[in-house]
Write a protein that binds this ligand. Structure first.
Ligand code: ZN
Length: 322
């Protein structure tokens, strides 16, 4: 293959990767709906397409808004080693200690989830259909990101260890190849979360701990496989793309002992539980009357604007995750 063509192919591969991948984010929000109690299901089930489609809005916004990126990750190793005793868990404390600019630079996903929880709770109190839907879809995104190991590690795309591409490999390629045929998404019920802050930090610490295995296992398998078996070429929409081969992807998934499925399942359970917690904290408003409401013209215009700005560029603002 000519070198120039190979470059085009690699670029295509690079610009098509997102956190958890669009595919997984949509699936995760979708399945979360089925864990809700009937009083919530009455609103969420008829609007499941919205929750699925808008699961990826925060990633689209990363192409248009400069301060969006840090809401999706935390480079927690910047703060020392596990379990990071020098990192204050409360926003005010961490900002007092390190300054807001620095905290934002290394990522704020655990704190942003709390902000989103307040927004969703307020939306329930107001019984505001559009705000409930939008904030439900978007908190789902940030919660799911916090379950991804490489969203809690500064070596987020293996860029320091010659493993570029591993970000999309774990969160896009593995679920796209295996979720439909092999993963089980039958998961109990949403649970009320007494301490959402502590709950989120527990998930983020799990992610941080798992990130070392993710990087190490890929390195070990690469040694075993060699480049010709690691990658394969496939035609998608008439374009040849290079991707991790099915054999390599399966071997990685086996070595991780089902970690991607486990984190996906936990993401689903966590999202449903946050939705449920927000509703309970808002006083369990009756949602029956909201079920058939529609979005306003202004809402639809805003979504269209976001979509257009996302389609018009392939450059993420801030750090890249391809
Ligand atoms: Zn994201």
């Amino acid at each position: 293959m000519k070198r120039s063509l190979l470059v085009i192919i690699c670029c295509l591969l690079a610009t098509n990767c997102f956190c958890w991948g669009f595919y997984a984010h949509k699936k995760i929000n979708y399945y979360a709906v089925f864990l809700l109690p009937p009083e919530m299901m009455v609103l969420y089930k008829p609007n499941i397409d919205f929750l699925e489609e808008h699961a990826v809005d925060p990633d689209k916004r990363r192409y248009a808004v400069a301060d969006e990126g840090p809401k999706h990750y935390i480079d927690i190793d910047h703060y020392g080693t596990y379990p990071y005793p020098n990192l204050p868990r409360k926003w005010k404390d961490v900002v007092d200690k390190f300054g807001e600019d620095s905290v934002r630079e290394y990522g704020i996903v655990p704190w942003h989830i709390q902000t989103m929880l307040y927004r969703l709770t307020d939306a329930f109190k107001e019984k505001n259909f559009a705000r409930i839907m939008r904030n439900s879809a978007e908190i789902g995104h940030y919660i799911a990101d916090s379950h991804v190991p490489l969203h809690a590690n500064s070596n987020h795309n293996g860029q320091y260890t010659n493993q570029k591409g591993i970000h999309g490999f774990w969160e896009s390629r593995v679920p796209e190849l295996l979720a439909d045929s092999k993963f089980d998404f039958f998961i109990g019920k949403a649970q009320y979360i007494d301490r959402p802050g502590e709950y989120t930090w527990a998930r983020v610490l799990e992610s941080a701990l798992a990130s070392d295995s993710v990087l190490r296992f890929e390195r070990e398998l690469t040694k075993q496989f060699g480049a010709d078996q690691k990658y394969s070429f496939e035609t998608r929409n008439g374009v040849v793309i290079r991707q991790y081969s099915s054999t390599f992807t399966n071997a990685f998934n086996n070595k991780l002992d089902g970690m991607v499925e486990r984190r996906m399942r936990l993401s689903i359970a966590s999202i449903a539980s946050f939705w449920y917690t927000a509703w309970v904290n808002a006083g369990q408003p009756d949602l029956k009357g909201l079920a058939n409401q529609k979005l306003t013209e202004a809402d639809l215009k805003e979504f269209e604007k976001l979509n257009n700005s996302w389609k018009s560029t392939d450059k993420m603002i801030g750090r890249q995750e391809e």
